[in-house]
Write a protein that binds this ligand. Sequence first.
Ligand code: ZN
Length: 500
Amino acid sequence: MKKNVISTCCVMFSAVTLCAAVPQLKGSAEAAGSMGLTVRTPTGSQMVQALTPKAQQWRFRRGGENWTETHYDVREIWLGHERGAEWKDRRGNRLVLAKPTAFCPALDKEHAKKEDIVAAMDESAEAFKEPTDETLARWAGEFSGKDLGSSALAPDDVSPLASVRLVDLGSDSRCAALFKVASGSWYYVQFDLAQAVKPKERETLLRQFLKSVGVDKTKPAGGGIVMEGRWMTVDVPGYRFKTDLSRSQGLAFIKNAGRLMEAMQAAYRRYVPPQKDLGVSTVRVFATREGYNEYMKGATGESGDRSIGLWSPSHEELLILDMGNSARNETLKTMRHEAFHQYLFYATGNGRHATWFNEGHACFFENISYDAKKNSVRIWDDPKDRRPAAVARDPERYARLVKEILFLSHEEFYEGTLQEVNDRYAAAWAVVYFLEKGAPSFKEFSGYSGVLPAYLAAVKDGKSAQEATRIAWEGVAQRNFVGDFVKFWNKRNAARRYEP
Ligand SMILES: [Zn+2]
């Protein structure tokens, strides 16, 4: 008897598994991001956010001239450009929607400058105005990673679409189609299924999807806000915020944060003059710890189970975990710190700075007083903050620590106990505070005024972090730094109000 029950269970179980192998589509259509379409997506699926493409810093040296260039993976940039929206369910079924606009550039190298990649894509754009089957087949082959000839396309009719080509990807777990809508634009849909599925079922799935395609008539939300699934994009001068905070909870906060960051960027510029155009900086604010950790794992390969903010130079995104209504000041403080790392990367086109300079400034910008009317900030040292409090207790110890940390590598700076790392942060903050506030405020310390500019000039010249640090401090090598620092710290109140 017992045996029977178990075997019945097994049968039922496998029956359920079989049925679930083909994803079912949701009852109603949803907006496909900013593609201007509405489509039915797999039940239980959620829209997946595309990662910002990885950037690489390349250093060049020719005839005594040094410069840095940011290079990207050619295929990654092209895929990101063509891909419109993507959904995934928990079982791993994936739906990708794309719009064919150009072939993947055939450059002689895998990595190139973004403008070179875009220029190469523009060259083939003409062929996509009224694409032939050859053009579409070649594009679908490039997008799916499978070499396809036009014989892989089978014309088909699915109302209400103007034209349809079913695409044979030669796989049991993938199916795709190209379709033209009434406006004349071509689109591409691809299902990557978690398991192999019979050809008939794949075709049914595709047809159901194609039948569901409609025009997205919802008006843009306005005010620079665009919705993509649960993600909201808010543009402010200099920054693009993306957040999955709900509109009711998050919009006011994001707008305030955007205004503050505009003021912060002005302060970053005052203290650390940019050497390059900044462009738009992306800040992604997560509503939940799970969302933050999951995204971080995808972006950096590391799980961010303890951190609350991170600047990811390879994806050029600032990732911030919102600490909730009661701790928004903490969230903004983290944002000001991490956004400096982002700023320095763009402002110098260089991701390899001396840690004392980079972390010291990031900490320096954490504490501000904010004038909402003028939308401007002053940088100051909050005496309640643990760093000023620690340095004030024993300035001499921190002065000696400054000398120890100047030449530490990135890894050396962050290793050791939490206390040791915190001490290094405090020392980096203190030396930057001394150089940014003390040197211009008191005549006796004006000798130090050249340190930060010399560092930045050396970096611009293509010098390494260590070399730039050596050059920066060379000019004050004869001075008694420990003595000067202690003297400054004991009367630093007079320097607090200084702003460049
Ligand atoms: Zn930092």
